[in-house]
Design a protein around this ligand. Structure first.
Ligand code: ADE
Ligand code: ZN
Length: 333
């Protein structure tokens, strides 16, 4: 098997599925805990990392929401985002569309202005100094009520100039997309596109609901579409981008192994698929590592790797001119 690491390093990459809270490395968690006088449940970075052995999505989310508690002020959100951007730069990421979870922070009494200003401050500096363009996407937490999401949307209206779309994440099973039909209709009426996590742990029917009910323009994960041939054909026909996160799917046991991951089957079926890192501090690798391990496990060819990078660009919310430039760079890689 040829080693494609050199090509992967060269490919201009876009991240379309990245939770900024999921880039909180244990070292920073301890730094911030010290700064704010917070006692963590784990005594050392090593014992915390050792706890990153998840039985399922919920087991991860419990730890992830607890970890986010160390993020308390604007500087914390700036530092978190800046640290991510430095890692992204090392992976040759040229564009990042980033999620954050407003309700995780507002529920703890953190001012959303601190959250938004910290993240946007770092993204703005990253664009200027690292050349990484960006979009910002608040996600609603689907385990909370529709009313809570609606109230959050109202509170976020004052920051709308910073947002490029809205999404839906958190505990999937038992919280179908239709629970948020009215909230998403309101977002769309404001003129913003919407995306949703669907078909990560939840059934293919959740993907169909996200498309038909929420009218999403992208599906986050979407891997369980492979269980429904009609849906797979529809996703291919409509070229709905699926923002796939291979290492996340292995770590959260949505797939039994990377070798068994449906990414290549979705690609072969004609679907628009991209490789992303989801919550890289928790899942053992940033986007470059997701490319490298997936390429090896699924024996992806150089052409397939370039196609994945190109699909990521095409699935982004960049302008046509910016897309054309990055696509030319991928072709030349
Ligand atoms: N929030 C952060 N990562 C997530 C994931 N993989 N699925 C659902 N919600 C999330
Ligand atoms: Zn995610």
């Amino acid at each position: 098997m040829q080693n494609h690491d050199e090509l992967i390093a060269k490919l201009p990459k876009t991240e379309l599925h990245l939770h900024i809270e999921g880039t909180l490395e244990p070292e920073m968690m301890f730094d911030k805990a010290r700064k704010h006088g917070i006692k963590l449940n784990h005594g050392t970075v090593e014992s915390l990392r050792a706890a990153y052995d998840f039985a399922n999505l919920q087991a991860f989310l419990d730890l992830y929401y607890a970890g986010a508690d160390v993020l308390r002020d604007e500087a914390d959100f700036y530092d978190l985002t800046w640290a991510y951007l430095l890692r992204a730069k090392a992976d040759n990421v040229v564009h990042a569309e980033i999620f954050f979870d407003p309700q995780t922070h507002s529920a703890r009494g953190i001012a959303l202005s601190d959250v938004v200003n910290g993240i946007v401050g770092a993204l703005t500096d990253g664009e200027q100094h690292l050349g990484i363009t960006w979009r910002l996407i608040p996600n609603f937490l689907r385990h909370l009520s529709e009313a809570d999401a609606m109230a959050t949307l109202t509170e976020l209206q004052q920051f709308m100039q910073h947002f490029h779309g809205f999404g839906l994440d958190s505990s999937e099973v038992g919280h179908p997309p239709s629970k948020f039909s009215r909230v998403f209709a309101k977002v769309r009426a404001l003129g913003l596109p919407v995306v949703a996590h669907a078909g990560e742990e939840g059934p293919p029917s959740y993907i169909i609901e996200a498309l038909d009910d929420l009218k999403v323009t992208r599906i986050d994960h979407g891997i369980r579409a492979i269980e429904d041939a009609g849906l797979t054909a529809r996703l291919a026909r409509e070229q709905i981008p699926l923002t796939v996160c291979p290492l996340s799917n292995v770590r959260l046991r949505a797939v039994t192994s990377l070798e068994a991951h449906p990414l290549k089957r979705l690609l072969t079926a004609g679907c628009s698929v991209s490789i992303n890192s989801d919550d890289p501090a928790y899942f053992g690798g940033y986007v470059g590592e997701n490319y490298r391990q997936t390429a090896k496990a699924l024996q992806l060819t150089p052409e397939e790797l370039k196609t994945l990078a190109a699909m990521s660009i095409r699935g982004s919310w960049l302008s046509d001119a910016a897309k054309a430039k990055h696509l030319a760079d991928i072709a030349a890689a």
